[in-house]
Design a protein around this ligand. Structure first.
Ligand code: GTP
Ligand code: MG
Length: 437
């Protein structure tokens, strides 16, 4: 098959029609098949019941309602910044437990609810999962002790309103993890210090590695690495274990593209017991730690300034029909409000904003960093492709014929050669991977 035929067949094979527009039905079928495969995989691994569970990839479950989601206009005088934090890391590292503990420590979950979860977890023979049950709200998640859908919750510190995105760690649910990480500004990489668990997550094929590389690729520029389960009897707040994990992670994080000095911070933690989270861990337990606790470290993370008054930019990650055309994405610059006239680039379609939603709430205004849904008039859903940018009319994002790209190859399997191929008919350059054997 020559290159042109190959490109054509790729286009036909995909869930796109000939105009390059995603066919939602075909995409959905693919997703369902994919998720069925995931469930089989998960069931095999966990040696659990053989019945497969239907899962819709990329769904987010809302755990706690944001208290103040009105955005900059209604938050006059409220100088708090807003940050989206994704919790990533290998399966069972303690992401949901830590997320649940954050909600408990910030007063959003009461003792009675915890007691209820303790009982439910015990009934399911998962005693130690009760804190994770705050984030893992689906029955199948609770039965298996594994997060499937990204859980979204909200909490505040002195200076910041945080949206937590609790990603699944199991390899079958990487597509859901990607959807969580793509909405995030910063990441909390949870690593288990328990004997053997750090090693499993860190080895090739472990999700510690995969999640770090995906997070970097998806634009998560800052990482807080929490060395969790420090209370475990195999660790017992050991400085040697902490140092061992830190010293192994640093070169790997560096090779994944992080500037370890500027963009990465480490800290020890127990998500289950809730130590070194809201307040610093007691010296009697961990005499060697002089750094911050989790809340302090999250507060101190600086992210590049995004201007609420800058030209409006929102890359579109998804779209659907619902009383007009609805587009989804994260506001990268500027603000959007009901009644605004905007451009969809690069097709220069002028549109009007009917409504703006943050999570389930209709808002008057949304600023940088907010993940929003925008209902538009003046454009059909099929005329939008994810990757298009909703943009200001006065200063639209430029459309270009050429750009300089830097590609980073994260892992090259043995005996694979890469060729750069130019296809004159379609005027595109693409990479081809060949086995050299
Ligand atoms: P996935 O969602 O499946 O990727 O797992 P997760 O990273 O969310 O882990 P989860 O919070 O479900 O916890 C997995 C197990 O680790 C549970 O049994 C928890 O009780 C245990 N665990 C989590 N944090 C700690 C901790 O700080 N100390 C101890 N001793 N156990 C912990
Ligand atoms: Mg989880």
């Amino acid at each position: 098959m020559d290159i042109e035929e190959e490109i054509r067949s790729l286009q036909l094979d995909s869930s796109e029609d000939n105009n390059g527009v995603v066919n939602p039905e075909a995409a959905k079928l693919e997703q369902i098949e994919e998720s069925d495969k995931m469930d089989v995989d998960l069931n095999n691994e966990a040696h659990k019941e053989s019945q497969s569970v239907h899962v819709e990839p990329s769904k987010v479950k809302e755990i706690s309602a944001p208290e103040d989601i009105e955005g900059p206009e209604d938050a006059e005088g409220d100088k708090k910044r807003h940050l989206n934090v994704v919790f990533i890391g290998h399966v069972d590292a303690g992401k949901s437990t830590t997320g649940g503990q954050i909600l408990f420590l910030s007063g959003q979950v009461d003792d009675r609810t915890i007691q209820k979860y303790e009982k439910e977890a015990k009934d399911k023979s998962r005693e130690s999962w009760y804190m994770a049950y705050i984030m893992d709200t689906n029955e199948e998640e609770r039965v298996k002790g594994k997060t499937v859908e990204v859980g979204r919750a909200h909490f505040e510190t002195e200076t910041t309103r945080f949206t937590i995105l609790d990603a699944p760690g199991h390899k079958s649910y990487v597509p859901n993890m990607i959807s969580g990480a793509s909405q995030a500004d910063i990441g909390v990489l949870v690593i288990s210090a328990r004997k053997g668990e750090f090693e499993t997550g860190y080895e090739r094929g472990g999700q510690t590695r995969e999640h770090v590389q995906l997070a970097k690729t998806l634009g998560v520029s800052k990482l807080l690495v929490v060395v969790n389960k420090m209370d475990d009897p195999t660790v017992n707040w050991s400085k040697e274990r902490y140092d061992e994990i830190e010293s192994k992670m640093i070169p790997f994080l560096r090779s994944s593209g992080y500037n370890v000095k500027k963009d990465v911070h480490f800290l020890p933690l127990s998500g289950l017991v809730g130590l070194n989270m809201k307040t610093r861990v007691d010296k009697s337990l961990c005499s060697w730690w002089n750094g911050p606790c989790l809340f302090e470290a999250l507060d101190a993370i600086e992210v590049p300034f995004r201007d609420p008054k800058g030209p409006f930019r929102m890359p579109i990650i998804d779209k659907f029909k619902d009383m007009g055309t609805v587009v989804m994405g994260k506001v990268e610059s500027g603000s959007v409000r009901e009644g605004d006239s905007l451009l969809v680039m690069p097709n220069k379609a002028q549109v009007k904003v009917f409504a703006v939603y943050c999570d389930e709430n209709k808002v008057k205004l949304a600023g940088p960093g907010e993940n929003v849904r925008v209902r538009l008039s003046g454009i059909e859903e099929e005329d939008i492709i994810s990757g298009f940018v909703l943009s200001s009319i006065a200063k639209p994002i430029p459309a270009v014929y050429e750009f300089v790209a830097q590609l980073q190859i994260l892992e090259l399997l043995d005996n694979v050669c890469i060729y750069l191929v130019f296809c004159p008919t379609f005027r595109v350059l693409f990479f081809k991977f060949f086995s050299c054997q």
